[in-house]
Write a new protein. Structure first.
Lengths: 873, 78
């Protein structure tokens, strides 16, 4: 039985000298640690009364050996008292708050009452000291006093006279318990004179173990070194006092003792030079042990570390499945997984034990718990012995379930379960489609892998955490594991209406996806790309949606009634598992929207989607080997009519802007409600220019969709933009149209010199060019000034990126920590774990699981199709 | 000014009423709760004062929710 105890109350206080002596087992008088024979010296810093750090020896206090003895405190009796440097401020407050003669507060009783009423206990002493510091005459005994000043770190002065710790202690002793209580102190656990140390506790040797080096030498802990300094100076001070040395020498040694005690507590005390090791290394003393990122709290207590984990750089492998992770062979050899031997897997277990190479057992564990390493010597023996009830620890093999994680772990998809695929090489590998949930890329990212060790853990991970179960994110109810970048480009190229393939090409693509059937060819013996793609779709799939390209076509008016008929249908239609109209692009298989993946996931389930993504990515990969796409300077050229139109749009806007500026200068500008004239002008200008930029964008968009959507030009990288794989029409505007307005903090650049941003313009020039409007573009180049303005905006972007991720990251962390112990109960209520207190009566007020919704809406179409199809089948 | 207005009529104040003892019992039974596990509302809250609820009373709020339209919440007066 575990004895359970409840904590009644906790007292916070300062150790009294009496207490320090009581808990001490030995007085340390010798600065040495071990004698010539290597035994600890009695009365030394390694006195065996304080516990033992060497195996074999017994503690002289509790009589136990190294691993049982908890360690015991010792003490150093200081010949002269010293100030506790960390409490120097409170000593100063106490000296300034109380009369040195009668020990009463330096304020009237009424004032004391006011302090008691107005301040919380924590601030009362400080408040009293503030009032008392300038009091010349004690209101209680009439003693004429002078203010006390603290000279950091530990010296006190009254006027010009130094007051030594002995005198400080005397003064503090006079303070009445009753007054302390009124200030919020508990005199039983805190007396101000305890802040001046007369005896110093020496921590047990277990706290500062010495290390035996390979050479047989002992290296002492930093704390032991520091304590040795204290003992040494303490002894010297004692000898000098006993010998009647001059006051000056004694005071020097006293100060030295103070210094050592100060740095023993905190070796980063402001005003005190840090104490160094003989080698010149700065010693790590008490506070340094606890403080900061590498201190006891953040490093050892809050920081958790685990076994059976690995970390490596990640790289892509398009041949993997979305629920697979490529584990480098060296890692698989290193890490083991326990396998419980039963009568059903006995043969398999024996194979691992018998094997001398890679998938082999490293350990055999008997039912009684004894663990045997499998060696060449005992292999046969263990093999003979192996029976149900045994456990073997075998190396990681294909199919083992692991957790895979990338930091920062911002949502639940940051840690998903995957199945191991052992591969040659040194990196961990993933299918690129699982990059978005991890927010991973391959520019040097590293990820963590955890090899699950129990059957329960594996089952739980498999049922809840496998990647196919997280294709749809609960954040916005759409696919997050979906195809990206080049896969989208490839599918787009494949499904364009004019894409036709030879038999060899068709077979190559289908085989890459693992399909060994061919669709019907056209009369000329060629295969349509969309028919090849259709082979990957379920046979009863019926869906129609507007593709990304379709959206662009509609936006530019290219498919409006009466307009020229578009070459590609804006609507993608799939009937009975056959793509008959339109293209497959970002709207179909990309993240966020991904209509096709979304529908297939909800309709057919995760297994169908898993296979679909795998097959599609392999096929797409293969296709890009065949087709490829490129980009050239030539492809960015625009005909003179377009250039002329762009110029007209920009000129018109510039003229308009100049008109605004003229009106502003004449004072005729109409202000916008809630804004002053200057602000209004800025807004007018920004709006006008932004409108012009938008016009240029739309002009180019229309031009490109009209002229580049054909078998030849599409390979000039336009497939990427048209399909939504990468790049936007805004990028196109910057390349081929105008770079446009540079912005710093959502405003035109305005800081720099007086009245102007750069010295190439006249002061007071508010015109577009003086304030960062770039008429040039990236194809033809920017002028020097234009480039500088864009540099300003770019710089702000980089700074923002760094700063805002930090700030929002911390906000997020606080929210996550506040909400992490809210749980969803089976009755739909959200409650707090410890007391089951209700937080929400119905989860999200609607009781719906956002992962099952589509962008927050119930996917009625899927429900309908499932019911109808279910009825038919 | 016309007759005294009640803060309960304000658009931003959710509709609320004090539950009867039977209703409270039913509520606690439904969620397997003790009164201490309900969300709380201070006796000094203006709405509580206006309703005249006493310590230990349970108040039902009909909140407008952007997602669910309406959501019922219960708070115990402390």
């Amino acid at each position: 039985m575990v004895a359970r105890k409840t904590i009644g109350e906790i007292h916070f206080g300062i150790l009294s000298p009496e207490m320090i002596r009581k808990m001490s087992t030995v007085e340390v008088k010798v600065a040495e640690t071990y004698d010539e024979d290597g035994f600890p010296i009695e009365g030394g810093l390694m006195d065996p009364h304080m516990g033992v750090a060497d195996p074999g020896l017994r503690c002289k206090t509790c009589g136990q050996k190294m691993n049982k003895c908890p360690g015991h405190f010792g003490r150093i009796e200081l010949v002269r008292p010293v100030v506790h440097s960390e409490y120097a401020r409170y000593i100063e407050y106490s000296l300034n708050g109380f009369c040195p003669k009668c020990g009463r507060p330096l304020v009237s009783d009424e004032e004391m009452k006011r302090i008691e009423a107005e301040y919380p206990p924590k601030q009362r002493l400080k408040a009293l000291a503030k009032k008392g510091a300038n009091v010349k005459k004690c209101p209680h005994c009439g003693f004429e006093r002078q203010p006390v000043r603290l000279d950091r770190p530990t010296n006190f002065f009254e006027g010009d006279r130094r007051i030594w710790p002995t005198e400080i202690r005397e003064r503090l002793e006079k303070i009445h318990d009753a007054d302390l209580e009124r200030l919020g102190f508990d005199p039983k656990n805190f007396r101000p004179e305890w802040l001046v140390l007369t005896v110093l506790p020496v921590p047990p040797v277990t706290v500062r173990p010495s290390i035996v080096l390979e050479t047989g030498e002992r290296a002492e802990d930093d704390l032991t070194h520091k304590l040795a300094d204290i003992v040494r100076i303490n002894q010297r001070l004692k000898e000098n006092i006993d010998a009647g040395a001059p006051q000056l020498i004694i005071e020097d040694l006293w100060d030295l003792l103070q210094y050592h005690v100060t740095t023993y507590f905190n070796n980063e005390t402001p005003g005190a030079p840090p104490a160094r090791h003989r080698s010149g290394r700065i010693l790590k003393t008490l506070i340094q042990r606890l403080k900061g990122k590498e201190g006891r709290f953040r490093y050892n207590l809050s920081g958790k570390r685990v076994n059976f984990a690995g970390r490596a750089v990640i790289s892509p492998d398009p041949m993997l499945d979305i629920d697979q992770v490529g584990v480098p062979e060296w890692m698989a050899r290193l890490i083991t997984v326990p396998m419980h031997v039963t009568e059903w897997n006995l043969e398999e277990a024996k194979r691992y034990v018998a094997s001398k190479e890679y998938p082999r057992a490293l350990y055999v564990i008997r039912p009684d718990g004894t663990r045997k390493r499998v060696t060449d010597v005992n292999r046969e023996e263990l093999l003979e012995e192996l029976a149900p009830g045994y456990t073997i620890e075998r190396q990681v093999i294909d199919g083992d379930v692991v957790l895979f994680n990338r930091q920062p772990s911002l949502h639940r998809m940051s840690m998903m379960a995957l199945k191991v695929k052992v591969l040659p090489g040194k990196t961990l590998r993933i299918q690129p489609a699982v990059c978005p949930p991890y927010n991973a890329d391959f520019d040097g990212d590293e990820m963590n892998i955890h090899f699950l060790q129990t059957e329960e853990a594996r089952a739980e991970a498999r049922e809840l955490m496998l990647t196919p179960k997280h294709v749809i994110t609960p954040r916005y109810g759409g696919p997050l594991i979906a195809l990206t970048k080049d896969y989208i480009t490839a599918l787009f190229l494949l499904t364009l209406p004019w894409t036709r393939l030879t038999k060899e090409q068709a077979m190559d693509l289908l085989y890459a996806a693992g399909i060994t059937k061919l669709p019907e060819p056209d009369e000329d013996g060629l295969y349509r790309g969309r028919d090849i793609f259709s082979m990957l779709l379920p046979e009863d799939l019926n869906i129609r949606f507007v593709s990304r390209l379709g959206k662009y076509l509609v936006e530019t008016g290219l498919v409006q009634k009466g307009a020229k008929k578009a070459v590609v249908s804006p609507i993608t239609v799939i009937e009975n598992g056959k793509l008959i109209k339109g293209v497959i692009d970002k709207a179909a298989v990309g993240t966020e929207k991904g209509v096709l993946i979304d529908y297939m996931y909800r309709r057919y389930g995760e297994e169908t989607v898993r296979r679909f993504i795998t097959q599609v990515s392999r096929m797409a990969n293969r296709l890009l080997y065949m087709f490829g796409f490129t980009n050239s300077y030539e492809s960015l050229k625009t005909p003179p009519e377009i250039d002329k139109q762009i110029d007209e749009i920009v000129d018109r806007a510039l003229q308009e802007v100049n008109e605004y500026i003229r009106k502003y200068k004449e004072g005729k500008l109409e202000p916008i409600p809630g804004r002053d004239l200057k602000e209004s002008l800025e807004i007018y200008i920004m709006v006008t220019l932004a409108k012009a930029e938008k016009e240029v964008t739309n002009l180019l968009k229309r031009y490109l969709l009209e002229t580049k959507l054909d078998p030849v030009h599409i390979l000039d990288n336009y497939a990427q933009i048209f399909s939504g794989a990468r790049g936007s029409f805004n990028n196109i505007k910057n390349l081929m149209g105008v770079q446009g307005q540079a912005a710093v903090r959502e405003k035109r650049p305005h800081r720099g010199f007086q009245g102007r941003v750069i010295s190439h313009y006249k002061p007071g020039d508010l015109g577009p060019f003086a304030r960062g409007f770039a008429r040039g573009n990236l194809r033809d180049g920017l002028s020097m000034e234009e480039l500088f303005f864009w540099g300003m905006g770019g710089r702000m972007g980089e700074v923002d990126k760094g700063v805002s991720t930090q700030i929002t990251g911390y906000y997020y962390r606080r929210l996550a920590n506040a909400m992490m112990d809210l749980i969803l109960f089976p009755d739909g209520t959200v409650r707090e774990v410890t007391r089951d207190v209700i937080v929400q009566f119905l989860f999200g007020d609607d009781g719906l699981n956002p992962q099952k919704l589509r962008h927050g809406e119930i996917p009625v179409d899927v429900i309908y199709d499932k019911m109808v199809a279910g009825g038919k089948k | 000014m016309a007759a005294k207005r009640s803060i309960l009529d304000h658009v931003l104040v959710p509709k609320c009423r004090i539950l009867s003892e039977d209703e409270v019992e039913e509520l606690l039974k439904k969620y397997h709760l003790t009164k201490e596990q309900l969300p709380r509302i201070l006796e000094s809250d203006p709405v509580v004062k206006e309703l005249g609820a006493k310590k230990g009373d349970v108040i039902e709020f009909v909140r407008n929710s952007p997602i669910a339209g309406k959501a019922l919440y219960y708070r115990v007066v402390v």
